[in-house]
Design a protein around this ligand. Structure first.
Ligand code: ADP
Ligand code: MG
Length: 331
């Protein structure tokens, strides 16, 4: 981790959904930090709370059925949870941009790619249409769309999957955000295209000094893109470490299981063959450790009390009473 203050910091973030007349947490006590020019990968099975975490940062969850349940989202020290909706909408796409797995959720099919990027720029900057179009072309070139000038007036459906993903990245970068949230942006792509997009994102992160929060269920992708990793399970961070440490010394039994089940980069399986069962529903969270029902190290104390996230090395933390035990005395 860098000594600089983080660009994006989540402090004990909690997000709840209403189900069956009660509120249930989908994200619980999540604390994360991402610095300038750093990629933090958030990894975990489907249903572990990755997308809800990212959507909570941007406050994009459905108003009626979702609520902020506590904690802070700090952007360069400013708490976004305290902003008005108007202030928040100014930040979205400007200071913090997000890209998704499916480009068509962000792209307008009825508008040429050049015009929609120019429009995104004009939403946040007072520029002439001509100037915005010039900047839009620049950013399409930056994401390496071949013959960008010629393709400027094409529609999204005229692009291949990989090229559409580049257009969406261009759109996200158009206002030079400080933070990029990427939610499984390469999952739908074949392995070669995926590797190209991951390389492009790494280059752009360095070129712009962006803080990137990269969500994936695939540890192969984590190995390619991450500086640091947070492993999520059932709405909690269960282990966090720099990428080398995570692969060399995985410590939470869930991280170990993820590694044993590590899909090849070209596989898109979201199931863990090595451990049966699945992530508990938010309405059926176990009282103690959420992973206990699937854990081969389970002891009685695991089910009695929810474990804390414990320091076990430099920048390395784990939420497991059994595995943190040897480190407790040294603290
Ligand atoms: P991930 O992105 O890690 O696959 P999500 O963040 O989408 O997981 O979901 C975390 C949990 O929150 C899941 O149990 C999911 O069912 C629940 N959830 C997500 N969105 C909603 C919603 N709009 N209403 C109710 N529950 C939701
Ligand atoms: Mg998701």
């Amino acid at each position: 981790m860098t000594a600089e203050a983080p660009v994006l910091e989540l402090r004990a973030l909690r997000t709840e959904f209403r189900a069956g007349g009660a509120w249930h947490a989908a994200v619980r006590d999540v604390s994360l930090q991402v610095g300038r020019n750093e990629t933090l990968a958030v990894v975990g099975e489907s249903g572990s709370g990755k997308s809800v975490t990212a959507l909570s940062v941007l406050r994009l969850l459905p108003g009626a059925g979702a609520r902020h349940g506590g904690g802070q989202v700090l952007l360069d020290g400013q708490d976004l949870t305290a902003l008005s909706e108007k202030q928040m909408s100014r930040l979205r796409g400007e200071a913090i941009a997000m890209i998704f797995q499916e480009p068509m959720t962000s792209l307008n099919p009825t508008m040429t790619v050049g015009d929609q990027i120019a429009e995104a720029i004009r939403l946040h900057r007072k520029l002439s249409w001509k100037e915005a179009r010039r900047l839009a072309l620049e950013v399409l070139e930056e994401v390496k769309i071949p013959a960008a000038a010629r393709r400027f007036d094409d529609y999204p459906h005229q692009f291949s999957g990989g090229m559409r993903q580049r257009v969406m990245i261009a759109m996200a970068l158009a206002c030079k955000p400080r933070v990029l949230l990427a939610d499984e942006p390469t999952t739908a792509l074949d392995v070669t295209i995926q590797a190209q997009i991951l390389n492009l994102l790494s280059e752009l992160k360095a070129a712009h000094g962006m803080a990137v929060l990269f969500i994936t269920h695939n540890l192969g992708v984590v190995a390619q893109i991450a500086d640091r990793v947070a492993v999520m399970y059932a709405g909690e961070v269960v282990e966090t470490a720099d990428v080398q440490t995570l692969f060399a010394r995985p410590t939470h039994p869930y991280t170990e299981a993820l590694l044993r089940a590590m899909p090849r980069v070209d596989a898109d399986s979201q199931v863990l063959d090595s451990i049966p069962g699945g992530v508990p529903a938010i309405t059926a969270m176990p009282a103690g450790c959420a992973f206990a029902p699937r854990c081969r190290l389970k002891e009685a104390r695991c089910e009695a009390r929810r474990p804390d996230l414990t320091d076990i090395g430099p920048g390395h933390q784990v939420r497991c009473v059994v595995r943190a035990e040897p480190y407790k005395d040294k603290a």
